[in-house]
Design a protein around this ligand. Sequence first.
Ligand SMILES: [Zn+2]
Length: 219
Amino acid sequence: MHKVERIEEPAILLINKMQWTKQLLEQIEICGDYKSVDKQYKERYRTQQVKAALQKMYKGLCCYCEYMLDISDYSHIEHLKPKCRPEFHKLTFEWDNLHLACNRCNNNKGDKWDEQRPFIDPTKEEPTEFIVYDDLGYAKAVHDNLRGQFLIDSVQLNRAGLLKGRRIVIIQLLKHFDEVETIQGVQAVCEHYERLIEEGVSFCTIFRNFIEKYKNIHK
Ligand SMILES: [Zn+2]
């Protein structure tokens, strides 16, 4: 996970969210429970504008596992605070609660929520203060903090596919940096990867860690 700047709220939410929220809450009242409410009231956030804004904000990466989406994996508009929990129904159309996630992270997380260990919000907090990657690509909770560990477990940030992907990136980066012999060469490699991060690249935090490490070594 990495920090992102939240971009401007899409106009469609700004204009409609009050009415959409009011109607959703009314429907829950009428139907007696959230599950019975028709999708037309629950899923109005699913618009091209909202999805495009989130893809731009996250450079096409899942907010949890940082895997590039919409290549082989359909992306989801993710509610950090799960919209199906009664206390969060009212946040269904709140821009601040919307993120981008891959199918796997989205399904694993489901409607989990723990008020004592709230999920880290990458638009409001610095995720690397809670979760880091070790040399083998495992996600670890910094100083065993409970919030980081709860997120790692809930989303399954150390599932096999992700570990394999991170390790391949680590092996490539190690080789590339080790082959460089001069300070100028290291700088050029760092700049190359900074451009990739700027474009949006899967597992970008691993790239950032390498840039940080090698820049410091050659100071
Ligand atoms: Zn993911």
